[in-house]
Design a protein around this ligand. Structure first.
Ligand code: GLN
Length: 456
């Protein structure tokens, strides 16, 4: 804990931690020490963690990296972080992210972007750690903490993990409680571990997962021992390679990474099978209707009354002006765009054309996966991202769709509610990490972690 706290002090330029909690960390570390000495120490005991700013942590600023939550200190602790503290883990502080988890580069944060500790060759250009869990990824990659929590609505654990050379697991929807995590798109959001190794991801998921009566979508299922599932034996398993993930203009390096991954799994005794997920091309448009629709509804609660920021009002301003001014000041441009898109697709005249259509497409995407799993496929291998980490500012031009395309390999997993893991498997010609994604069957994170361990 002390080593991490001093690393954090010297790594300000990464802008990964946005709020440090050294007093809490030291208290928890002393308590963990006592448990270890008493012989009552779960695996997470004494492990120093960073927590994404999307998680409510009692009495500690929890702002979802938004100005609208300036000064907000929750009265309650999220279920996932409660479970981690109960398991003896130590909180070093809160981690940077895109505002309300909307973004792929950490550049929508009210704190300014986190920076990727990796550089291209000898260049000085600062690169994105990815997003939205960019602070989590940068902190783990730079050894500021041993692991971090992330959340993933359309790729926000897996893409930053791939951009920083770490492991990131999005569990099955419902595996971890969403209670006390600031909601972005409730039917897609899921918390997960961001770690240095697959084994660490298994250990941390065991501490985070489990049924919670406070979240009606959390599954009432036993949590198996995920670490014990990692045997490295994948003989006879069928790994699907979806033809639709060969995107036009995909860099040769990504194709090669993918081919190398296939070889590693084949060498370990798996059978590689070409498969088709025919509705893949509709996933991004469906996601960018459903996620903003749910966000526009979830973000209605930031009204200047209940949480955080309230605008200064002029004489004669009424409640409408209070809402308008507060929301205009408090929400950044990307969040405002999502609220507007979401409100539009849910409006009476457009609901069927956009929102309902997107929901139907979502069902078709889910069925694509169900079909291949029913045909005996055990997991699906794809690239995690269409490129390695890009430069800060490189994607933030007038066309937001350019940034949205980053999620092309990851959003299908959220739409279908499946578990997905990004594992670092290569370095590109510029010296930057690249990751592959494995997509598993629902509730089979153990099998997924085992398959992923073969790629490490
Ligand atoms: N980049 C995607 C978005 O901006 C995914 C974000 C996430 O998973 N939280 O919506």
């Amino acid at each position: 804990t002390e080593a991490c706290l001093s690393e954090i002090d010297t790594a300000g330029a990464l802008n990964a931690f946005v709020h440090n909690t050294p007093e809490i960390a030291r208290q928890q570390a002393v308590a963990a020490d006592a448990r270890i000495k008493a012989g009552d120490a779960p695996d997470m005991c004494g492990i120093p963690l960073g927590i994404k700013d999307l998680f409510c942590t009692k009495g500690v600023p929890s702002q979802a990296a938004s100005a609208i939550l300036n000064g907000f200190k929750p009265e309650y602790e999220s279920t996932v972080t409660t479970k981690l503290w109960d398991a003896g883990a130590v909180m070093l502080g809160k981690l940077n992210m895109d505002e309300f988890a909307m973004g792929s580069s950490n550049e929508t944060s009210t704190y300014g972007n986190a920076v990727n500790p990796w550089r291209r060759g000898n260049e000085d250009t600062a690169l994105t750690p990815g997003g939205s869990s960019g602070g989590s990824a940068a902190a783990v990659a730079a050894d500021l903490c041993l692991a971090a929590t992330g959340t993933d609505t359309g790729g926000s654990i897996r893409q930053p993990a791939a951009f920083t050379g770490i492991t990131g697991l999005k569990p099955t929807y419902g595996r971890c409680s969403r209670w006390g995590i600031v909601a972005f798109a409730s039917s897609l959001d899921q918390a997960g571990p961001m770690t240095k190794t697959v084994q660490d991801a298994a250990i941390m998921l065991n501490a985070m997962a489990g049924h919670d009566p406070l979240d009606s979508t959390s599954a009432d299922l036993a949590v198996p021992d995920f670490e014990a599932a990692i045997t490295g034996d994948i003989r006879g398993q069928k790994i699907g390679i979806p033809s639709e993930y060969h995107m036009d203009g995909m860099p040769a390096e990504i194709e090669k990474l993918w081919a190398d991954g296939r070889d590693m799994l084949r060498d370990a005794g798996a059978e590689i099978v070409d498969i088709s997920l025919p509705h893949t091309k509709y996933a991004l448009p469906a996601y960018y209707v459903i996620a903003p629709a749910e966000a526009s509804s979830n973000l209605a609660r930031y009204d200047g009354v209940r949480f955080g920021h309230r605008a200064k009002l002029a004489a004669g301003d009424g409640i409408t002006e209070m809402y308008e001014k507060t929301r205009a000041e408090g929400f950044g441009a990307e969040v405002q765009r999502r609220v507007m898109v979401g409100t539009y697709v849910l409006s009476a005249g457009f609901y069927d054309a956009y929102y309902n259509r997107a929901r139907k497409v979502r069902t078709l995407i889910k069925r694509d996966f169900e079909t291949v799993f029913a045909e005996g496929i055990d997991a699906i291998l794809t690239p995690a991202t269409p490129s390695s980490a890009f430069g800060l500012g490189e994607m933030t031009d007038a066309d937001p769709v350019k940034m949205y395309l980053n999620d092309v390999f990851t959003v299908t997993v959220n739409l279908a509610g499946l578990p997905g893991i990004a594992v670092p498997t290569g370095i590109d010609g510029q010296g930057l990490p690249l990751g592959l994604q494995l997509i598993g069957k629902p509730w089979e994170e153990g099998a997924l972690l085992n398959q992923a361990s073969v790629l490490e």
